[in-house]
Structures are given as C-alpha cells and as structure tokens.
Design a protein around this ligand. Structure first.
Ligand code: BG6
Length: 296
C-alpha cells in the first residue's frame, strides 16, 4: 500500500486490531485495538514523510546510537527503507507477524564506518489486543560492533494532565535537562507538568514490582510495557512541553498535550557483539481497560 507522500507501508489486521508500518525506518505509525477504534500511537500532524528523515511519532526504531555520540543523534535505522523478509499469518491465535531486515549498506558505511557490518531483523507481531516487537542484530563483520537501541514510542493520550507513569519509583535517572545529573526518582506516579527528558537506568524488576505502565485517566486505560530486562533495561521518558515544541518544525505547538514518549532500550551500557555474535531482544505493548477501583 502507499502511505503519505507515496511512501510504501504495510497494514496488518486481525478482527480486533490494526497496525500500520512504513518500510521507511520499519516505522510503526498506527496501533489500534478495541475493534480498531482506539489508536495507541501519536503521529504529529506536521510529520514529514520523506527519505532520510524520521517520521515524527509512532515507534521510531533508534539504532545503532541513541546519542549524543559520534554519529547522527538516534542513529540511521529510522531514516532508511527496510526490506520485508517474511510475513506470517497465524489463524489460530489470530495474530499476524511481519519481519523486516536491514543490512549494512553504502549508506550505513558512510555514517557508521565500513568495518561495522551487520544484519538486523525487526519482527512486528500484531495480536488481537497487544503488539510484540522483536529486534535482532548479528555482527557479520570482522571486528566487534557496539550499539545502543531504543523503541522510541510516542503514545497517544487524552491529555498530558490526565496521565501518569508507574514503575519508576526508586530508580536512578539521568536528567538530560539538568547537566546529566543523576537523580533518584521519588514518585510512585510520575506526572508531567513541564519539559521532561529523563533516562532511567537499569529498570529491572525486583520482587513484587510494579510493572512499567502508562495510566490515562481520561481514556480509562492502562498500557503495560514489558521488555527484555536483561538486554534493554533503560527507560526514557520524554515530553517537549511548550518551548521545545515550538522549536521543532515537524511538530505542532500544542501537540505536546497529546503525547508522551516512553522508550525502552539500551542506552547506558552499549551492547558489544564480536564477529558472528547475535543479539536478540523483545518488547511488548499491552493496552487494557483500567481495573475498577478496589473498595477501600
Ligand atoms: C528523546 C531524547 O529520546 O528524543 C530527547 O531523550 C530528544 O533528547 C527526543 O529531544 C526527540 O529526538 P528527535 O531526534 O526525534 O527529535
């Protein structure tokens, strides 16, 4: 199918759900459940759908660098076209799966150097009520490679004033807005009332832990984020708020009210792969109606 600006996209559906992915960046731009009526992802009205530019919203795949670092911020995987390598429809479990592949190329070599050779696969599995993402990297070159990774998800919300994030209490985070200071999170319910750009470190569950969740009181909905804690333990919370929104030319001034980014990935300690070594990881996005309040 052809999407915005004629960029090719794929639409996966089950009777209850839908997921739209652009080959450009293997970028997911829509994920709907509840009879395809509830959209979970935010995409800016001003997003530019263009070669070598990332789509503003949805799930940009950040690889091989989160940044800041030696190559362009957030890497190049989100800026170029991926190939579809496999499609699988599972009638029984009513899920549909698509696999995208990206190999080292002239473009990657120009940005990341000729010696970094890789094969990455990205698997998107749409179920009736949730989305599973799998990301693998194999070092197919002669020297070790090193990378960061993030699923840079923009969640669509009723209003920023109605949401909070659970599961980050007592975690250390790097405050990117305050000289990379490391701070311990005190809040059980993280609310956003000003610009936020925080990298929570090593969010590995302990016993009886509170899972990472986005709670939207307006929509009466919770989105639970599960991820491979061994591999991708870091969590970024980002909202540009008023001033930063005005400075972004592919984002409307007041759109910060309709989105929050909660990004799981590996940021603090990059992954190193020796020749032929394989890295594999998984992340799931699981929306559900908010449980009724327990009587007190
Ligand atoms: C977040 C970063 O992940 O993404 C922010 O922590 C950054 O610092 C934001 O501003 C958006 O980045 P970009 O490259 O998509 O404009």
């Amino acid at each position: 199918e052809s999407g915005k600006n004629n960029l090719p996209k794929v639409v996966l559906t089950t009777p209850n759900s839908l997921c739209e992915v652009y080959l450009h960046g293997a970028h997911i731009t829509s994920f709907k459940t509840n009879n395809k009526k509830v959209e979970h992802l935010f995409v800016s009205e001003k997003s530019i759908f263009q070669d070598l530019k990332a789509i503003r919203g949805g799930i940009p795949l950040i690889w091989p660098q989160f940044g800041p670092g030696s190559i362009q911020t957030h890497g190049f995987a989100r800026n170029i076209d991926w190939e579809i390598s496999r499609v699988f429809v599972n009638d029984k479990s009513q899920s549909v799966e698509i696999e995208f592949t990206l190999h080292s190329s002239e473009y990657s070599q120009k940005i990341w150097g000729v010696t970094n050779e890789f094969k990455t696969t990205y698997t998107v599995t749409l179920h009736a009520d949730h989305l599973d993402l799998g990301f693998d990297v194999r070092n197919v070159g002669q020297i070790p490679i090193e990378f960061q990774l993030a699923f840079h998800t923009y969640y669509s919300i009723s209003d920023i004033e109605n949401v909070h994030v659970l599961g980050l209490k007592n975690r250390d985070y790097i405050d990117k807005l305050d000289n990379m200071k490391i701070v311990k999170e005190q809040r059980r319910e993280l609310t956003v009332r000003s610009e936020v750009d925080s990298v929570y470190l090593n969010v590995v569950p302990e016993q009886n832990y509170q899972p990472l969740q986005l709670v939207d009181l307006g929509r009466k909905q919770t989105v639970t984020l599960t991820y491979d804690y061994q591999n991708i333990p870091d969590v970024v919370v980002w909202n540009p708020w008023i001033e930063k929104s005005k400075k972004m030319d592919d984002f409307q001034d007041d759109e910060y009210k309709q989105m929050i980014c909660i990004e799981v990935g590996v940021i603090n300690k990059p992954i190193k792969l020796t020749t032929n070594q394989l890295f594999q990881t998984k992340h799931s996005i699981i929306p559900s109606p908010m449980p009724a309040k327990e009587p007190s």
